[in-house]
Design a protein around this ligand. Structure first.
Ligand code: ZN
Length: 177
């Protein structure tokens, strides 16, 4: 397992449309292990393979919502291979979203509160479930990555440009440090 570098906006590789996975094999499971390690290290709650420069339709999510007795977040890793979303709920919810590829920037994004999802897990088993709440938001955010879309694309151009400018400024400060 290895922690991989995470691409940051406006890297054009984040705009690539990811391709479906043919076979769920050990190579793919090794990629998934790296994705989890990279996500937990960041730390984040979701990561698409394209964010580490691998344009395949693979997502990992772990909301880590519960805290254990020692205050550590309880891990509940989920893998989505070739995910397909359909039948979005009419009701929308707003979350203040962030993204490991848009570090330290947050903005409110409105998305359907629930969605039907089909995907393969790391054993190649197919799932078909109605997903709601925070997981639905996170899954839709990660799905966007597979189409080369970032959460800032849901904002007005003015807001998006402001976020990109802040990112550039932060990068310059980091280089200067
Ligand atoms: Zn993201």
């Amino acid at each position: 397992m290895a922690i991989r570098p995470i691409l940051e906006a406006p890297d054009p590789r984040l705009r690539v449309k990811s391709v479906p996975v043919d076979t769920v094999d050990d190579d793919l499971r090794a990629l998934i292990a790296d994705m989890f390690e990279t996500m937990y290290d960041a730390p984040g709650i979701g990561l698409a393979a394209v964010q580490i420069g691998v344009p395949k339709r693979v997502l990992v999510i772990d909301l880590q919502e519960q805290e254990g007795e020692d205050g550590e977040r309880i891990r509940e890793p989920r893998v989505f291979i070739n995910p397909e979303l359909s039948d979005p709920a009419e009701d929308k919810s707003v979350y203040n979203e962030g993204c490991l590829s848009v570090p330290d920037q947050y903005a409110d994004v409105e998305r359907p509160v629930a969605i039907q999802a089909r995907w393969l897990d790391e054993d190649g088993v197919q799932h078909d479930e109605r997903i709601e709440g925070m997981l639905a938001t996170c899954l839709q955010h990660e799905m966007d990555h597979l189409e080369g879309v970032l959460f800032i694309d849901h904002l007005s151009k003015l807001k998006r440009d402001m976020v990109l400018k802040k990112l550039e400024k932060a990068r310059k400060l980091r280089r200067a440090a």
